[in-house]
Design a protein. Structure first.
Length: 458
């Protein structure tokens, strides 16, 4: 009999009669196996077949149970629909959970940043290769050029000196102003406590509210200096400075050696403590154009708009009394003004400068290196409390210049130039901001930056 077509007509009688008992027996076997898996996909369901003989012996029953058990296991291990094959495989990031340690999401985030920062610090540790740090350019104005500071600086700007960030200016040999900083003994200077090993952590400085007299500060600074100069006896000034520079960054970047805390008498108002430039009208240097107390009144100075009002640190100089390792951290001037710094007396000061065209690159590298600090405060660089090694910056493609400023020398910082530094011993310096026509575009840029960072515009 052919089964290619349904039985009809004459051949219908030849089909075996349906045995009801056998069907019920088969159903009972299914009940014993269990309920059908409703989570299975239609493609995996066992096909339904109508067979002539529906009887099931013990051996077949056992095989059927085994098969159903396998299908049940596969249902839980295989996806309901086949995955689409791709030629490109992506590694899945394994998310570490610290729930068992009871760490919050914010703490977990900080821990992750700490790990990244630790790895970055490990790679940067002991990076003392200064071969990529460039020497700051020095300018020697003539007697004629030196007569008009604003004109001279504007000329330097238009000749492209702004691309250097900061420059050193050595005045003509005839420029020899006397040193006039001598506050009375009972006049106490507020100082900042600076722990060198904390400078790379961006921590705010503790203040010595009681202050210290200038004479006592000088004695303390010179005693500290004598002690820390001992390892460098017999070296020339240049060799000693080079070795101290290496040691300084080991303290700051690598946290090596004993914890060292120094003091820095910074931002001392010339109105309150007096300028270190001569002020006696009978002294010709009291009215000299390079006397920083006169800068705001010079021809073509835009700070003349202030009239007779003196703003400390802007058109009224600040005086700085430093000691070995006293530091000023990375920053650019308020509203990107020019600044000019004069070293009156004492030991030198190391300066590092980044030109304006590398400002964004510097901020990106600093943000990567100080990831934890930026996570806590995105505007940390505006706090002027963080140090990053110039060697590290230069090795990451940032243009960095450096020089040692000695007594009788000026340092001019151009608008938008980040700068930082530290003292190689006891010294006294003085600085003031200056504004001229070439500053205008930078002033507008700085206001936009302040607004974006939601900082109060000075």
């Amino acid at each position: 009999m052919s089964y290619n077509k349904a039985p009809t007509g004459d051949n219908l009688a030849s089909v075996a009669p349906i045995d009801k008992a056998q069907i019920e027996k088969a159903l009972c076997v299914e009940d014993k196996i269990g309920e059908p898996n409703l989570t299975s996909s239609p493609s995996e369901a066992a096909p339904i077949s109508f067979v002539k003989d529906t009887s099931i012996n013990k051996r077949e029953k056992k095989q059927l149970e085994k098969k159903m058990e396998q299908e049940k296991t596969e249902t839980h291990t295989k996806p309901s629909t086949p995955l689409k094959k791709t030629t490109r495989r992506r590694k899945r990031k394994v998310k570490t959970s610290y729930d068992e340690l009871g760490i919050s999401y914010e703490e977990e985030k900080m821990l992750s940043l700490a790990i990244k920062n630790s790895l970055r610090e490990k790679n940067a540790c002991s990076n003392q290769d200064y071969s990529k740090v460039k020497e700051m350019k020095t300018f020697y104005p003539s007697e004629e050029e030196f007569k008009d500071p604003i004109k001279y600086i504007e000329t330097l700007f238009h000749e492209g000196a702004w691309k250097l960030g900061c420059i050193k200016i050595i005045p003509p040999a005839s420029f020899k102003p006397g040193f006039s900083f001598n506050p009375p003994q009972d006049k106490r200077m507020p100082t900042r406590f600076q722990t060198l090993q904390d400078l790379s952590q961006g921590r705010s400085f503790d203040q010595n509210e009681d202050g210290i007299s200038y004479s006592d500060f000088k004695v303390m600074a010179e005693e500290f200096q004598t002690k820390h100069y001992e390892p460098y006896q017999g070296l020339s000034h240049e060799e000693r400075t080079k070795e101290m520079e290496k040691q300084y960054w080991k303290y700051v970047e690598d946290n090596q050696g004993e914890r060292i805390c120094v003091q820095y008498a910074a931002d001392l108002s010339a109105k309150e403590f007096g300028s270190a430039f001569p002020s006696d009208p009978s002294d010709p240097y009291s009215s000299h154009p390079w006397n920083l107390t006169n800068m705001d009144r010079l021809k073509n100075s835009m700070l003349q708009i202030c009239g007779g009002e003196k703003i400390s640190g802007i058109n009224l100089p600040w005086v700085y009394a430093g000691m070995l390792y006293s530091s000023f951290c990375w920053h650019y001037e308020d509203v990107m003004m020019y600044s000019i710094n004069y070293m009156h007396t004492g030991e030198g000061k190391m300066w590092y400068a980044i030109p304006s065209q590398d400002r964004a690159k510097f901020e990106r590298i600093a943000k990567e290196k100080l990831a934890i600090l930026f996570d806590e405060d995105p505007n940390i660089l505006l706090n002027i409390t963080a140090m990053v090694s110039p060697a590290y910056l230069a090795s990451n493609g940032v243009t960095v210049y450096k020089t040692e400023q000695r007594p009788g020398q000026f340092i001019l910082t151009f608008p938008e130039s980040y700068h930082a530094g530290w003292s190689t011993g006891f010294n006294v310096a003085e600085a003031v901001n200056i504004v001229m026509k070439s500053w205008l575009d930078y002033g507008l840029k700085s206001l936009n930056i302040y607004l974006k960072t939601r900082e109060k515009v000075p």
